[in-house]
Design a protein around this ligand. Sequence first.
Ligand code: NAP
Length: 256
Amino acid sequence: MQDLKGRVAVVTGGASGIGAAIVEHFVQQGAAVAIADRDIDLAESLVKKLQADAAAKVIALRMDVTIGQEVEAMVAQVEHAFGGPDILVTSAGIGLRKDFLETTFDEWNRVLAVNLTGAFLCGQAAARRMVKRGYGRIVNISSGAGVRGIPGRAAYAASKAGLISLTQVMAAELGSHGVTVNAITPGPIDTPLTQEMHTGAIRAAYVGRIPIGRYGSTREVAAAAAFLASEQASYITADTLQVDGGMAATNYIINI
Ligand code: NAP
């Protein structure tokens, strides 16, 4: 069954990791998808791979989510190429593992700019068009770090907590216009970002706190995003969906 047939989706950070799995899943579900990422080479190689299926509608657009003009130009290009967009997933994000007292002003600003301001700019550009057409689905990729005081995560956790709050306000304002806005809080997922940031000790500590006993796959996050982006989730908005193997129910806080 193709739950997203005829829909137009933008996936920021869609060239890699969770975003790339969402792009792949949405294309399989029948959506026309724009991969919006600053890594255009990676985005274009994903387009090539997906175009092995002649029915796939997918394009790659180079952009930086922190630059308002690039965001607006990207959404306008999507509208020109496919119409819409009907769906926005904000997966572009960067990590930082640094204690509060060690975090520099520049690091703080950079993490907030990509993870929070980026979602604000993309959400606004997409939602303006969704409101005009009376339909939209926005899914913000937050993090379990946004709902816990995890040591070493000051900037990252604050950006992801802010994203949950932004999701709720957007949902409250946009619901009457036919636009739903939800967040996903993944637990540890195997991606290039975690392969770089999670040492063996961190991985072992996380796995010990995950009831399902393993890291999640990008495909498992993509399935949740597809549900929230589909007609089936028509009465779900302002929600935060945990895709974390049950980790939020246990002691989430590791200090490594
Ligand atoms: P990833 O593999 O590093 O993918 C992120 C993508 O976003 C990369 O292609 C990256 O490009 C792009 N990007 C970064 N900054 C950008 C910008 N300013 N403008 C446009 N694109 C930009 O990361 P991931 O692990 O899939 O994470 C995706 C999202 O899930 C992030 O928001 C992350 O915080 C969240 N998350 C991940 C996990 C996890 O365990 N992996 C858990 C919870 C939440 P570059 O490679 O050039 O930076």
